[in-house]
Design a protein around this ligand. Structure first.
Ligand code: MN
Ligand code: MN
Length: 481
């Protein structure tokens, strides 16, 4: 007699800690047992495959509203399809604030839109205008509703915060028990270099990287760490592009600060040279911080192995090449500051990290699972419901063929974006099935989930992101500002 709704049979289970042969028994959408010779109503043969926790992508932009009232091309429906095709089952996306507006009402709009999702989801609340009302009334409400992370930009017009505004957000997060995630680049330095490049007629896509050298990322990272240290507020530094920045993070971690950091596949496999491709093609590779060069990418793996960088997210932020809102919206000769920023990557995150990391011998299997599932789940308060294979966890599982060789094409992405920056790249290792909430949601590339099957993941307070209590002079200024 069958004890389980579904049994994933005969695979090699891989978690953050262990690799072993076992069956996984699923009941009522959760993992009920990991054992031998389990019997299910339905059976999924995992012979020769790795059975790993579904990917947790804690930095991706999906159906994010823009100041002009439109939304990202990637909707929750298409974004979910891309995630499931690539073995990802949970995301943390963004709810944006526009200057002069509050956050309560726009968050409601994101909840409404996310009802189409087929992966589970939570939000980071972006703060661009920390007014008294937002800081005193709205942030506490939004965080209490389970949106337990705030996101700030130290660059970009009009999103960037000055130091005073950033400190106010850090203090609000400390009072309410939220993590702060930070885009670290120096706003004034990039403005200054951009103006000079324009004055010198250097406006092609490749000059995007000239406008933001490593040092502007390093400066902003150090400043973010220093201000977070003063407030005693834990932070995660987003999308670290180079070892020079990772060094600042390692120094902070070594002195006991709660500073974490992620990187993204684009920093392992793309480079500034890609933005110098003929014609306007370089626009397809434009994202911030800028991808650097091969030596930098290779060295970044050292920081992953050391644990300085412990999450790999996609920062999926797609604009198509053609079409309204796309990379060419301002024409084929648009100066780089006018070109929409960001690269798509929901589907390619797991395959690229596996192929570049595990297959090339840079990291082991368990480190891989930590980077793409376990650590992001822990850092954002989703663990152990997400990010592991154990009794009680949600039955979100990816079945992985470690030897499958795939040439990446945009058709395989199943996103709405009309290109992938990884077109033609060869990878080894690919997801052959994705189980989400105990149901087979993708098999052999065919996504078979229904819109609305994704659930909101409210995040309760958790210990990892509690302040250290180490305050200058023992004085908690956050209580007053
Ligand atoms: Mn960013
Ligand atoms: Mn981003």
């Amino acid at each position: 007699m069958a004890d389980y709704d579904l049994v994933i049979r005969g695979g090699t289970v891989v978690t953050a800690a262990d690799t072993y042969r076992a069956d996984v028994g699923v009941r009522d959408g959760r993992i009920a047992a990991v054992g031998e010779q389990l019997e299910g109503v339905e059976t999924l043969d995992a012979g020769g495959l790795y059975v790993m926790p579904g990917g947790v992508d804690t930095h991706c932009h999906i159906e994010q509203l823009r100041p002009n009232g439109k939304a990202d091309e990637e909707s929750f429906a298409t974004g979910s399809t891309a995630c499931l095709a690539g073995g990802t089952t949970s995301v943390v996306t963004f709810a944006a604030q526009f200057k002069g507006h509050g956050i309560r009402d726009t968050l409601a709009e994101y909840h409404r839109r996310a009802k189409q999702a087929m992966v589970d989801y939570s939000f980071h609340q972006i703060i661009t205008d920390p007014s008294d009302t937002v800081v005193r009334e709205e942030i506490p409400e939004v965080v209490a509703s389970g949106v337990r992370s705030l996101k700030v930009f130290l660059t970009y017009e009009p999103s960037h915060l000055d130091d005073r505004e950033f400190i106010r957000v850090l203090a609000a997060a400390r009072r309410t028990g939220a993590l702060v995630t930070v885009h670290c680049e120096n706003y004034e330095a990039i403005r200054w270099r951009t103006a000079a490049l324009m004055a010198d007629g250097r406006s092609a896509p490749k000059y995007h990287s000239w406008s933001r050298p490593k040092v502007v990322e390093r400066e902003a990272t150090y400043r973010a760490i220093a201000l977070a240290e003063m407030v005693d507020q834990p932070i995660q530094v987003f999308h670290v592009s180079c070892p020079e920045v990772a060094q600042e993070i390692a120094r902070a971690q070594a002195r006991g600060l709660k500073v974490w950091a992620e990187t993204c596949p684009q920093y392992f496999v793309l480079g500034a040279a890609d933005m110098d491709r003929p014609g306007f093609e370089g626009a397809k590779f434009m994202c911030s911080p800028s991808p650097r060069d091969k030596a930098t990418s290779d060295a970044l793996w050292d920081d992953v192995r050391r644990g300085t960088l412990d999450v790999v997210s996609s920062d999926h932020s797609g604009s198509s090449y053609e079409g309204e809102g796309g990379k060419r919206i301002h024409g084929n000769n648009a100066p780089f500051p006018d070109i929409p920023n960001g690269v798509p990557g929901l589907t390619t995150r797991l395959p690229l990290v596996f192929s570049e990391g595990v297959v090339k011998g840079r990291i082991d299997l368990n480190t891989y699972v930590r980077l793409i599932a376990t650590n992001p789940a822990k850092l954002f308060g989703l663990y152990p419901r997400k990010g592991t294979i154990a009794p009680g966890a949600d039955a979100d599982v990816v079945l992985w063929d470690p030897g499958k060789r795939v040439t990446i094409t945009n058709d395989l992405m199943q996103h709405t974006i009309d290109y992938t920056p990884y077109e033609g790249m060869e990878v080894t290792g690919w997801p052959v099935a994705t189980v989400k909430g105990g149901r087979v949601a993708m098999r052999d590339g065919k996504v078979q989930a229904e819109p609305g099957t994704g659930r909101f993941l409210p995040r309760a307070p958790y210990d990892l992101i509690k302040p250290t209590g180490n305050l200058p002079d023992g004085f908690d200024a956050s209580a007053f500002a």
